[in-house]
Design a protein around this ligand. Structure first.
Ligand code: FAD
Length: 474
């Protein structure tokens, strides 16, 4: 028997139920289909940075499998071509939860079944299916804590091993990875990323091991420090499915077994993976999350439009060092630390009063871990318009956030080197210094580093005034 394994966001061999099923039954045609129309559609998930990752991840997967059929176009049509070319009688895949993916897969499954082709999907991207967790009254969760408490009462299945043998069937179809044209050229803004990241299953495994050994201890508090290495940086690996949450769960639980000193940190780490589960739960039950305010009262917020302010934010030129360091970290590395993501998002939404969708779109294009569920849930969380969101009136003070979470200015100095001669206090608020004090650090605002594009106190007051319109309509 010949089966197709349709790889999507599960670019791994271990704990891959679709692959395990196919390998057990006979010959396998592993297929990946790049649907450019989907990437440009209503819910595009693949931005520029994601394309870079996908290229390297597909390369790693193809090498691990010993062959991967790469196709482009409408998945239903492409699968039909492979079925015919390879004489396949079954198609297996692991489930995706993006609304357009659910729609597509439902139609494909019905079409294949009608033709007498077996079509089976599996759970592989989440610990628990979004429909498996319900409140006591039977609906979806809207608050994280009870959601995670309920999740913790369920058993997590053990991850599957990598198939001992995967026999590939002959298939004459497919194009080369280079034909996908996923990498940036003129200019190559991803230069040097190979030194920072190792896309692929082996890279994901190494990343987890390194984090457990070196970053887990103290994670509970140090995870808020962008100047330290106490977060896992597994998010792009998780997004592309190079590692599964089940594998993270099992490995972390095993690691902490004889190390009681990290048990609290391990619980905290897994509860962050739980936030990812919660985002998917929300997206599944509220599929308009990427497009619409989850709390409709926020439709009445008086957003500003300013191309100039948006550009200053995107380029890390707002005059607020922690914000600028974060935006430059994103541009230079394809990643931004979670604490700083919250600060820059709050700055865009509250200090600049630009719609969260501008931020969501920029992150989607520039983050290596850009993920429809996590990104839209997180932007709405910061905006106050989401489920279980931060209250809108809690407005991050960028100076306080900087001093608290980057106390020695190490993070800001790394990404805003022009500020490096300022002392640890001034580095988070250079505009509070006199011209003479700035000159002593070799700085002139407006020349070497921007003056603040908004005044913090005025911006805060304006944001709160805008919020009155939301309150009036809720
Ligand atoms: P760790 O602290 O090591 O956490 C382990 C894993 O748990 C992460 O890889 C991630 O999968 C999950 N996780 C951790 N924190 C969160 C969180 N707050 N919400 C959901 N899942 C979480 N995460 C994405 O994966 N993709 C996005 O597009 C994305 N956009 C975001 C946008 C904004 C405005 C904000 C505030 C957060 C966003 N996040 C997003 C969530 C979070 O910032 C990242 O998951 C985290 O920084 C990834 O780093 P890490 O792997 O080192 O995290």
């Amino acid at each position: 028997m010949t089966s197709i394994v349709w790889f999507r966001q599960d670019l791994r061999l271990a704990d891959n139920p679709a692959l395990a099923q196919a390998a057990q039954q006979g010959d396998v045609v592993p297929v990946f289909i790049l649907d450019e129309a989907e990437a440009l559609g209503a819910s595009p998930a693949l931005g520029g940075a994601g394309r870079w990752w996908l290229h390297h991840s597909l390369k790693a997967l193809g090498d691990d499998l010993g062959g991967l059929v790469l196709l482009r176009g409408d998945p239903a049509e492409q699968l039909a071509r492979v079925i015919e070319a390879a004489g396949a009688t079954a198609v297996y895949w692991n489930r995706c939860y993006e609304p357009h993916g659910i729609d597509r897969d439902t139609k494909i499954k019905a079409g294949l079944t009608a033709q007498g082709i077996e079509a089976t999907s599996f759970k592989a991207a989440l610990l628990h299916e979004p429909w498996q967790l319900e409140t006591k009254t039977g609906g979806p969760f809207k608050v994280y804590s009870p959601f995670w408490r309920a999740a913790l009462t369920r058993e997590v299945e053990a991850p599957l091993p990598r198939p001992s043998e995967t026999k590939l069937a002959d298939c004459s179809l497919g194009e080369s990875l280079e034909d996908f044209d996923l990498l940036p050229t003129a200019p190559n803004w991803a230069e040097g990323w190979e030194d920072l990241w190792q896309p692929g299953e082996a890279g994901a495994r190494d990343r987890l091991e390194e984090f457990l050994e070196e970053g887990l201890k103290g994670y509970g508090t140090l995870r808020n420090r962008p100047d330290l290495l106490n977060v896992s940086r597994l998010s792009p690996h998780l997004h592309f499915g190079e590692i599964s949450p089940r594998q993270i769960w099992a490995r972390t639980r095993f690691f902490e077994e004889d190390r009681p000193e990290v048990s609290k940190d391990a619980g905290k780490f897994l509860s962050e993976v739980g936030w990812r589960e919660f985002s998917y739960h929300l997206l599944y039950h509220f599929p308009t999350l990427p497009e619409k305010n989850w709390r409709p009262a926020f439709d009445n917020y008086p957003w500003r439009e300013s191309e100039e302010d948006l550009k200053a934010w995107q380029r890390g030129m707002t005059g607020y060092p922690i914000v600028d360091a974060g935006m430059r970290e994103l541009w230079q590395t394809g990643y931004m630390h979670n604490r700083v993501r919250m600060v820059v998002a709050s700055f865009l939404i509250k200090h600049l009063r630009l719609h969260w969708k501008h931020g969501e779109a920029w992150f989607r294009d520039t983050l290596l871990d850009a993920d429809l569920a996590n990104n839209s849930a997180s932007w709405q969380w910061v905006a106050g318009s989401g489920a279980d969101a931060a209250p809108y009136f809690r407005i991050f003070n960028p100076m306080t956030q900087g001093s608290k979470f980057d106390p020695d200015g190490i993070y800001v100095r790394r990404f805003c080197p022009e500020l490096s001669k300022l002392d640890n206090k001034a580095i988070h608020a250079p505009f509070e210094l006199t011209e003479i004090e700035l000159a002593a650090a070799g700085l002139k605002l407006g020349r070497d580093y921007p003056r603040p594009i908004v005044d913090h106190a005025q911006a805060r007051a304006a944001a709160l005034a805008g919020y009155n319109d939301v309150k009036a309509s809720s």
